[in-house]
Design a protein around this ligand. Structure first.
Ligand code: NAD
Length: 404
């Protein structure tokens, strides 16, 4: 069993307990229910490899809670994808949907594999076979899949095609998470007397979330001074040419080439750079009690899920580093997925601008609600967001009652 992954679920449960202290109205039975996942599906499925051999993959879908609406959550392809990790991420998804007040629950799925080393044909076969096995448990009224670590619009198109859902929606969703990060960063910066256009930004991860965030921050006038991927990063205190960096990532699958202009830097070093805004947008467990004390950023906007451990949270509070937690900061993706869902159901078509304005309204409201709770209870933004999300799910559970 992978220690780090087990941790993430423990971290999520610990956060529930912290938030529950501020929610005395939740009955113990309801608290117990929402600490458990509703359904956990594990499948083993064979895929024909290019050399004619057959490999059996292990895939999961964990459905945490659907009290407020259908399950909703990402699909992750990663060598460390593990059931415990899925449990934690599914639970975070439930709180996230509730923080932004959407009629969705939370789920997460994954396949233990390394998509970077798989030829496209094999990736397609694996995706289709996983979807086929999961088909009885998913669908637009039951459980809605979204891209996550190691998956992209192409993978989602294979999922949709295999499931025979209308194609097209995943493409518009592509930028949504990063757009949300920028909206939330603007609100947080404002509170700290800073404008994003004047900020120095450091981003860990150059994928869907981190790469897109780098582009959007740069368009907004911010100076993106460092970005990385799994093999390391690049730093230039005068600001990077983000277009070149992302081009390099696309062409060479890394951001460490000379042509970008800057110094190569390791991921650990990158997290400790002096900056105004740090956006961890890669994987979980990056800011821990080991390195939290060395951080020199003004604020952290969590693009990734679970990048900060509870012990690191305590250090960051001491250092007065303002942290906007994952369940608020990266909720842009689920909000825009919800818009797609509503548009499909009602046969509507909203323009990009309309979608952006609606996203901004929803995230701004959630941000304000979390801030009010943080001031009322004198707690950090993570605890405040958990109080809001968990409180909403608990209330819905109470209203619906425990069956039978
Ligand atoms: P992705 O696969 O597109 O990109 C991940 C990036 O992180 C890549 O550049 C990869 O090289 C880098 N990376 C991986 N391991 C690393 C490591 N150990 N150190 C440094 N860099 C590393 O994934 P994504 O969709 O951008 O997701 C990133 C994070 O954001 C995940 O935690 C995911 O759960 C979360 N998230 C994603 C979405 C979404 O819409 N895609 C929404 C909400 C949250």
């Amino acid at each position: 069993m992978n220690e780090g992954k087990a941790n993430l679920f423990e971290m999520a449960l610990k956060q529930v307990e912290i938030a529950a202290e501020y929610l005395p109205e939740i009955e113990p039975g309801i608290l117990e229910k929402i600490k458990h996942t509703k359904k956990e599906i594990t499948v083993h499925f064979p895929v024909k490899m290019d050399d004619g051999s057959v490999r059996v993959f292990e895939g999961y879908r964990v459905q945490h809670n659907d009290t407020r609406g259908p399950f909703k959550g990402g699909l992750r392809f990663h060598p460390n994808a593990h059931l415990d990790e899925m449990r934690a991420l599914a639970m975070l998804m439930t709180w996230k949907s509730a923080v932004v007040n959407l009629p969705f629950g939370g789920a997460k799925g994954g396949v233990e594999c390394d998509p970077n080393t798989m030829p496209s044909r094999q990736l397609e076969n694996m995706t289709r076979r996983y979807t086929w096995e999961m088909a009885p448990f998913i669908g637009p009224d039951v459980d809605i899949l979204a891209p996550d670590l190691g998956t992209n619009p192409q993978v989602m198109a294979w999922v949709m095609d295999t499931y025979s859902i209308r194609k097209g929606s995943a493409v518009r969703r592509f930028e949504a998470t990063a757009r949300g990060i920028l909206i939330v960063a603007e609100k947080a910066a404002h509170l700290r007397g800073l404008a994003v256009k004047d900020a120095r930004v450091v981003i860990q991860g150059a994928g869907n979330v981190g790469g897109t965030a780098a582009r959007l921050f740069s368009h907004a006038g911010a100076k993106v001074i460092a970005i990385s991927d799994i093999s390391g990063g690049i730093y230039n205190h005068r600001g990077l040419d983000v277009t070149k960096a992302l081009q390099c990532k696309r062409n060479n699958n890394c951001v460490t080439k000379d042509e970008i202009g800057g110094d190569e830097i390791g991921n650990e070093e990158l997290l400790q750079l002096e900056c105004d805004i740090l956006v961890p947008a890669a994987i979980e467990n990056q800011i821990t009690e080991k390195n939290a004390n060395s951080l020199r950023c003004g604020m952290i906007i969590e693009g990734a899920n679970g990048p900060t451990t509870p012990a690191a949270d305590a250090v960051l509070r001491e250092k007065n580093i303002y942290l906007i937690p994952d369940i608020l900061a990266n909720a842009g993706g689920v909000v825009v997925s919800y818009f797609e869902w509503v548009q499909n159901l009602q046969e509507l078509f909203w323009s990009e601008e309309e979608i952006y304005q609606r996203l901004k309204r929803i995230l701004s409201t959630a941000f304000e609600e979390v801030k009010v709770l943080s001031e009322r209870h004198k707690v950090d933004m993570r605890t405040a967001a958990s109080i809001l999300g968990i409180g909403r799910v608990a209330e819905a559970t109470r209203l619906r009652g425990i069956f039978p």
